[in-house]
Ligand binder design. Sequence first.
Ligand code: GRF
Length: 200
Amino acid sequence: EKIGVLCSGRGTNLQSIIAAVESGQIPAPIGVVLTDKPDVMALERAEKAGIPNFCVNRKECSDKQEFEEKLVEKLREHGVTLVVLAGFMRILSPYFVRAFKGRILNIHPALLPSFPGAHAHRDVLEYGVKVSGVTVHFVDEGMDSGPIILQAAVPVEDDDTEDTLAARVLVEEHKIYPRAIELYLKNKLKVEGRMVRILK
Ligand code: GRF
């Protein structure tokens, strides 16, 4: 197995996955890191870790299909068998999802199915919920809608801002994503319809 990580920005989840590979928690290497935008920290993090990394610049692609074909080409070139979306801010089309069917994970900074989409923390605060958290799930052809693998909850404080909530959730993200990837690679996840059972 080889992991391909797709990022759009900071790459703090990428960093926690790199650490988990280096510690042996995750039993497979990261073969390549791809971003949809140039000059983002995720590329620097990959470079520092000696991981092949490329920007497949969405702005230089004539359409979504060309963009995704380039992503798939790069992933295949590097022998990737598990695609990990980590702070990747693009919706992938059925073409991409089918190319890696059942082999794409995503992390979302809310307790799905609540608060899907690109502004989870803002929506959480606007709604006034008292508990939020993070979800790691398989990617299907919907948005933030695939079978859920792991979740973790955090309290929402009355004086929270998007930044203070995001920081609290991020701590949990950095624990839960390596764990989910480890379980997947150790064949401990059994998908039964919408339900993902974790084998002991
Ligand atoms: C994180 O909140 C993650 O859940 C979301 O993007 C944010 C940035 O992640 N998908 P990262 O620091 O780039 O890993």
